[in-house]
Design a binder for this molecule. Sequence first.
Ligand code: HSE
Length: 405
Amino acid sequence: MIQIAVLGYGTVGSGVVEVLDTNKESIKKRAGEEIHIKYVLDLRDFPGSPIEKILVHDFETIMKDPEVKIVVEVMGGVEPAYTFSKRALEAGKSVCTSNKELVARHGLELIEIAKAHKVNYMFEASCGGGIPIIRPLNSSLTADEIDEITGILNGTTNYILTEMGDRYADFEAVLKEAQEKGYAERNPEADVEGFDACRKIAILSSLAYGAHVNYESIYTEGITKITAEDMKYASLLGMKVKLLATSKRKGEKFYAMVCPELVGKNSPLYSVNGVFNAIFVHGNVLGDAMFYGSGAGKLPTASAVVGDVVDCAKHQGKTVVTYWSSKVLDQVDIKDVEHKFFVRVKGNLQEDKEKIEVLFGKAEFISVPGLDDEFGFVTEMMSEGTFDEKAAACPEILGRIRIRA
Ligand code: HSE
């Protein structure tokens, strides 16, 4: 029997307890021994709950118990999760987590500490919830040079964009509904501003390219400026707006960015709707692969965490190799990255068309019935830097969305 401790009895923590109870027998067979929760750490009390008797309030109880071999950190946030994880690893206990904020910020250091103490730091649930993606990058796609990862990595924003697109609804109205349904936090900033997706693409890129990607260096734009009008144009163009987190090879370097993009029907990401997540990976020998499924939620996330616990149980005394080095990934200046852009402009298509073509070059124009004071156009491929210069000379621009090639 292997004893574990769970730090945090919130949504994911209670899911971990539930999964280990529901699938006790099959998990035992797969792990080779029974996995038993000895402690659950939380500041709160849970009278009458199944964990009442194993609830502790002091982390030292867990640290002092040599029987605890695996610590599940599902507290969220950086502190005290960072200190607890570090101390557990230094004490020779493996740590499994769903904490993307902590992994993006301190993952590299915690992996190194785990290696030095012959234990494991595992974080499958930190990206894509229940979708296996960390382990495939770490263990399955090792024959490939990966040159692109593009993900819909945030369920909250994918739900909001899907609803806005289906009903031509405004961002604020759909956000409010999402909050009422529990799909968005009361403070939705990390999701809607793209910070959550940014941390996840930093983690995935670090693993895929074997070099450290600092999440703070990633250009990040959220979905708060997307409007119901944008969705009407998208529909006429036969496209959908998706918050894409991308990292891609450009020559010898890479670029990473998070932003809303217009995606056409030829992309596998077009059909990823609602709270679902998907991660598209391109490798030089693999070609295309896509990982799709439940990217958030109590049980899908807990499923990934418990999968890591089983892996730790199977690898006691041995560290599973993680391809994430301290060498910082050489990134292209975002100004040199090229896209086609969809642009909305205040004015009259017939009167202003020529002026737009003089400024932006060849363009494809589009107008939406009922939107009489504006029109839209799609540019040819151009760099971010060139687009910004041209846009600065056009005060009539109402908004722009990049188009996925
Ligand atoms: N808020 C996150 C999402 C939770 O919507 O994807 C899972 O990381």
